[in-house]
Design a protein. Sequence first.
Length: 146
Amino acid sequence: MKRFVFKLDTVLQLRNQHERKAINQHAQALHRVQALRQKLDALQMGLQAEHRRYQEALTRSQSISTVQGFRSGFEYFEQRLSETQGHLSEAEAILEKHKDLLTSARREREVLEKYKDRLAGVHAQTVNKHDQLFLDELSLRAGSVT
């Protein structure tokens, strides 16, 4: 009997490629989100350090230029925090989109693989049935010869 050939194998290969591409895009988006979170944490720590230095400076008398320097430092960190938070929100939205695409690609591949497995099972049953019929026929012929 012929061996099992899945006629949609090229489609399955395309689905596998599509899933791999979706995995790579998801990984890149996840890496971007993690990098932005780390940047946000670093900026928050920088702002806290700047705030501590300002509090320490208040215990001593300071010139107006020093106070203005702290003020510009606070503004810098707040502006960078705001920008990074915006970028993080965008990156998280992109990550969610890629997560949905990955889920969809995985589901499409799994459906086709289940179909292939089902057809392979049916083929195996057919081969077993033919083999059993052949063996039965051989035993009948061997019984009729003696």
